[in-house]
Design a protein around this ligand. Structure first.
Ligand code: NDP
Length: 246
């Protein structure tokens, strides 16, 4: 348990694997009450069961972050189940990287929809609740791709740059009652690395991941650090890279 996190109600998107699942385990071990969203019900169920087996509290909600109603349902579940929402972690993401010549328009669309529209849908769902409560925190998972573009990650990097800009703009408008935090991971060992890719790019990304990536628990710890700050203190941005990443 952690005195600041114990009892806190936290919703996490993309909680069925990788960074989102690691964050759920970390926050549950500190006493958070969780609402976990993703599209794969079976994987969400596994995360919820593992948390409950350790005595934690979590509810899974099948959510596609590109759909407004789904984000509204995630937030509503927090309010109806636990009476409030303290933190929304917008983590859902997809890494459909490809060179422009591949013309992978479906991949481009999925990254724009998941990262940008998904983040905006989260703001629309949670902001009225946070305003009503006069407290709340947006934690959003960006990427170091926003700071150092590595080909062929142009569209991925652009969407993560948009997330970086939106998070800072939201912070400036948030006023004294809300907190807004961007957590930007470097290479992290998850199943998501290169998931939307094939062939040589997938092989290269997987090899790089296996050589240098840090565990997802490193990002979970950073997210927990931002949440456990005392009232009135807002960690605006955390960048976490493996030491070997350039
Ligand atoms: P994973 O693939 O393990 O996790 C991605 C999560 O997002 C899954 O739970 C997936 O669940 C969910 N998701 C994807 N699309 C949607 C959607 N439309 N609606 C709801 N949930 C969705 O990869 P990571 O843990 O690596 O990725 C998590 C975040 O971290 C992403 O935003 C990613 O861009 C970012 N990141 C990752 C880095 C890395 O090196 N791994 C580096 C920098 C940033 P489901 O398929 O069940 O919906």
């Amino acid at each position: 348990m952690h005195e600041k996190i114990d009892g806190t109600v936290i919703a996490i998107t993309g909680a069925s694997s990788g960074i989102g699942a690691a964050t759920a385990y970390h926050l549950a071990s500190r006493g958070a009450r969780l609402v976990l969203g993703a599209r794969r019900q079976d994987r969400l169920d596994e995360v919820v069961a593992a948390i409950e087996a350790e005595g934690g509290e979590a509810v899974g909600v099948v959510v596609d972050v590109t759909r407004r109603d789904d984000l509204a349902r995630l937030v509503d579940t927090a309010v109806t189940t636990y009476g409030r929402l303290d933190v929304l972690v917008s983590n859902a993401g997809t890494m459909a990287v490809s060179p422009f010549d591949a013309l992978d328009q479906d991949g481009w669309d999925s990254m724009v929809a998941t990262h940008i529209t998904g983040f905006l849908n989260g703001i629309a769902a949670a902001l009225p609740v946070f305003r009503r409560q006069e407290s709340g925190q947006f934690v959003t998972v960006g990427s170091t791709a926003a700071y150092r573009i590595m080909s062929p990650q142009g569209v991925y990097a652009a969407t993560k740059t948009a997330v970086t800009v939106l998070s800072e703009a939201l912070r400036q408008e948030s006023g004294p009652d809300l907190r807004v935090t961007l957590v930007s991971p470097g290479f992290t060992h998850t199943e998501g690395v290169g998931k939307g890719t094939t062939g040589a790019i997938l092989e290269s990304m997987t090899a790089q991941r296996d050589a240098i990536a840090m565990p997802p628990s490193a990002i979970a710890t950073a997210i927990g650090f931002a949440i456990e700050q005392p009232d009135g203190v807002d960690i605006n941005e955390v960048v976490v890279r493996p030491t070997v990443q350039g």
